[in-house]
Design a protein around this ligand. Structure first.
Ligand code: PLP
Length: 371
């Protein structure tokens, strides 16, 4: 076992020295929640969204949040290594009670455990995976990221036993999600995913994909998907933080999208990869900012490295900001060399002007991302 440093109740210590009592309510009852937060080159991906879900899960089991968001960031950051793509596993249980009793104990500190692991790229990403459908036998609060995952693991193991990578769970004739993933399907040209609710875990990857799809003019819907419709889908994907967007090329032994990843997946995966790179390259912090105009504004766009993207981006920006100088343009390749980021500093005069620039940039097929 790799003896990495982990965090347990205020201490950083080697994994093999991290111990919890057998009276911990996580051990006795599965009374706790968890989060999985990816980190790319040391930048936590959608950290605030993960913390929001953590807060919702804690509220869902009536457990007080032991830390503020700033404290969580301080706790988790030392576990990261910027040399790798990693994920943080964070677990909070209702602590160690003096005796085994179903009722909540009083005045007991929560147990907080966090560790970091490297993300191993999922083998099925590029060629797709097989999936099987089965009746969803889990509990009624699937929106809570509870550590009680027995239902999920039994579903996943059943899928693995049948040579599949994921189980697609069906309830009352509608497909819900995977055993450890959300589901997307391309049906009649529309990218469909079930709506949020207590049936599904509100995946952060799911939200990012929907947001990117809308920004890139891919038609999408958040409606219930009848299982019969799923069987006619031209593409099916399952999504999660550690595996990203996995195409399903076989469902219940029937071929999906010609047994290879489909064109919408190709487009979305490229957009998603470019988006990840763009977050890393913009130091991982993209927040709503309010500007007073006029002001200097960095317009950023990303695309594939084999395009003359700098000329294209400057041409688009000049449509709305004609006096852009050559020295206001910088280009930066991504770490893997597949993408290029262009930054053009402009003298922005209004939000309307910026909106027009971003509209033209996102409308252009060679621009995968504009920030
Ligand atoms: N649904 C379930 C049941 C999951 O366990 C997971 C992740 O593990 C997801 C969906 C995907 O969530 P996320 O994209 O936040 O990883």
């Amino acid at each position: 076992m790799e003896n990495k440093t982990v965090y347990l109740n205020g201490e950083y210590l080697p994994l093999n020295e991290a111990k919890v009592s057998v009276l911990d309510r996580g051990f006795l009852f599965g009374d706790g929640i968890y989060e999985v937060i990816p980190s790319y080159s040391g930048h936590l991906f959608h950290f605030q969204d993960h913390l929001q879900r953590l807060e919702n899960s804690l509220a869902g089991i009536r457990l007080a949040n032991p830390h503020t968001r700033e404290q969580w960031l301080d706790i988790l950051t030392p576990l990261l290594d910027a040399k790798f793509d990693q994920y943080i596993y964070l677990q909070i249980t209702r602590g160690v009670a003096p005796k085994r009793d179903h009722a909540f104990p009083e005045n007991i500190p929560a147990t907080v455990f966090a560790m970091c692991s490297n993300i191993v790229p999922f083998a099925g990403l590029n060629q797709g995976v097989k999936a099987i459908s089965m009746d969803d036998t889990r509990w009624k609060f699937c929106n809570v990221k509870a550590i009680t995952l027995l239902g999920n693991i039994l579903h996943r193991q059943e899928a693995i036993d049948q040579g599949c990578a994921e189980a697609l769970l069906v309830k009352d004739g509608y497909v819900i999600e995977g055993a450890a993933s959300n589901i997307f399907a391309v049906i009649d040209g529309v990218l469909c995913t079930p709506p949020k609710g207590s049936d599904i875990l509100p995946g952060i990857t799911r939200d990012v994909i929907l947001d990117l799809a809308r920004k890139n003019n891919i038609a999408c819907s958040e409606d219930k998907i009848p299982f019969a419709k799923l069987q006619t889908a031209s593409e099916i994907w399952v999504t999660s933080s550690t595996r990203e967007i996995i195409p399903v090329v076989e469902l219940d032994s029937r071929m999906v999208s010609g047994e290879k990843p489909g064109p919408v997946w190709q487009a979305m995966n490229q957009i998603f990869q470019a988006y990840k790179q763009s977050l890393i390259m913009s130091e991982g912090v993209i927040e709503e900012t309010f500007f007073e105009f006029p002001c200097q504004f960095p317009v950023k766009a990303m695309g594939k490295a084999d395009m003359e993207l700098d000329l294209l981006v400057v041409e688009i920006v000049r449509r709305h900001a004609p006096d852009v100088k050559e020295d206001a343009v910088t280009t930066r390749p991504s770490k893997d060399g597949n993408f290029i980021a262009i930054t053009v500093i402009i003298e922005a005069s209004s939000k309307k002007q910026l909106d027009a620039i971003y509209q033209d940039l996102t409308d252009h097929p060679h621009v995968l991302m504009a920030l």
